[in-house]
Design a protein around this ligand. Structure first.
Ligand code: SAH
Ligand code: SF4
Length: 396
């Protein structure tokens, strides 16, 4: 393996405006220089190196270059899918960690304006280990820095700016569990939301969680910052224990109770997501259980056909089954949509490219994993709860 050289300079986009002012003032420069630097960092996705800030005197540009990195996701490879409508970016971070972001373009339709949505990562890997998720199979990775989180958005914005485009939505639905890296995710959201920095309205930011209850409660105390999405996948504990191993720590009733309190306290509707897996969580009984669980809530459900992922015994539910599932929820008065998945040919289920690069695990290990998942899901369908422990590193 080639050794990785680790750059100790922090990413400049992770600094708050006050921190930037302090840095400028500590160098004996007038504070308006901080404003000039911030403009250069944030406008149209910003500059990727200090030399590009022509408004500053040369010595200050050099000092900035010595102190900070202007792009922490510089080493990026892009794959296009859906006829150019989906752009999947694989970012190699400074320590060699791989993360992904996916930019999806939606043309204007009827009364709805053109949208450009970016799906970003909050961690490199994920300790939660949902078995249908490529990131989950990678296992625990590291938390991303604030700059690494927001630089994914700056990177996409620079690409969009080439065609006068503007990022309209950011969703934390890439790699990692955002609520297990909550301080940095909150600082990232603040930077994305701040009109003096990225300037994206709070209503245009969504954070998705697999159900870290203390994190949800902390968000509720802070008030509405963004749309909260909960990855539900199953309304019954036995099955959810298998699909979202975190459920063994915080069972579905606790997750939904926290989400309900969040909706009540912030006035914001909760989005629930369910990845639809053929013959596993798409039965009539599952639809009825989900309808019972969410009936009367200020909630919206998104049903998403499972993206094909290696090393699972499963695949997407047929569309007719998803439509029937949706009808059961709608009959219970729950607003429900079916989301078409994007970018299958570029492996747009986040974590897939990074998993590919991590290399193929040994054949017997893959066979054992498939058998275990098959057996666990069959047991779960009979209503038996899993005896497996809570994944290490989560839920303390
Ligand atoms: N960790 C957070 C956010 C990242 S995952 C969470 O789980 O909510 C974002 C979404 O992608 C989740 O709803 C997750 O269930 C979904 N997802 C993961 N793998 C998928 C796959 N193979 N097909 C479809 N959706 C998938
Ligand atoms: Fe982690 Fe979300 Fe993937 Fe589950 S679905 S393993 S929580 S990234």
């Amino acid at each position: 393996m080639t050794p990785v050289s680790i750059d100790a300079r922090p990413g400049i986009a992770g600094l708050t405006p006050d921190e930037l002012v302090s840095w400028v003032e500590a160098r004996g420069e007038p504070s308006y220089r901080a404003r000039q630097i911030a403009d250069a960092v944030w406008k149209d996705g910003g500059v990727t190196d200090a030399a590009g800030i022509r408004t500053l005197p040369a010595p200050l540009r050099e000092a900035l270059a010595d102190a900070f990195r202007f792009d922490t996701v510089a080493d990026t490879e892009i794959r296009l899918g859906d006829g150019g409508q989906t752009e999947k970016a694989l970012h190699r971070l400074d320590d060699g960690a791989l993360i992904e972001s996916v930019l999806m373009h939606y043309p204007a339709r009827g009364s709805s304006r053109e949208r450009h949505t970016l799906c970003i990562s909050s961690q490199a890997g994920c300790a939660v280990g949902c078995p249908f998720c490529a990131t989950g199979e990678l296992g625990a990775g590291r938390d991303l820095e604030v700059s690494e989180i927001v630089d994914q958005a700056r990177h996409a914005q620079r690409r969009l700016a080439l065609e006068d485009g503007r990022l309209t939505n950011v969703v934390f639905m890439g790699m990692g569990e955002p609520l297990l890296n909550l301080d940095r995710v909150l600082a990232g959201v603040e930077a994305l939301n701040d009109p003096r920095r990225f300037g994206l309205g709070a209503r245009h930011i969504t954070v998705s969680t697999s159900g870290v209850v203390p994190g949800i409660r902390r968000l509720t105390a802070l008030g509405p910052q963004f749309t909260l999405a909960i990855s539900l996948h199953a309304a019954r504990d036995a099955l959810r224990d298998v699909l979202v191993p975190l459920n063994r720590r915080w069972p579905v009733a606790e997750v939904v109770a926290a989400a309900r309190d969040h909706a009540r306290s912030t006035g914001r509707r909760i989005t629930y997501e369910a990845t639809m897996i053929g013959g596993v969580n798409d039965t009539e009984a599952d639809a009825a259980a989900m309808a019972d669980l969410l009936r009367g809530d200020h909630a919206h459900v998104n049903l998403i056909p499972m993206n094909p992922v290696a090393h699972t015994p499963w695949s997407a539910s047929p569309m007719s089954v998803i439509e029937r599932f949706a009808a059961t929820l709608r009959d219970a008065g729950i607003s429900t949509t079916i989301r078409r998945n994007r970018g299958q040919e570029v492996g747009a289920a986040c974590g897939q490219l990074a998993a590919e690069r991590a290399g193929e695990p040994p054949v017997p290990a893959v066979a054992r994993r498939r058998q275990r998942l098959e057996a666990e899901s069959v047991r779960a369908l009979r209503g038996e709860r899993s005896g497996e422990p809570v994944p290490a590193g989560v839920g303390e």
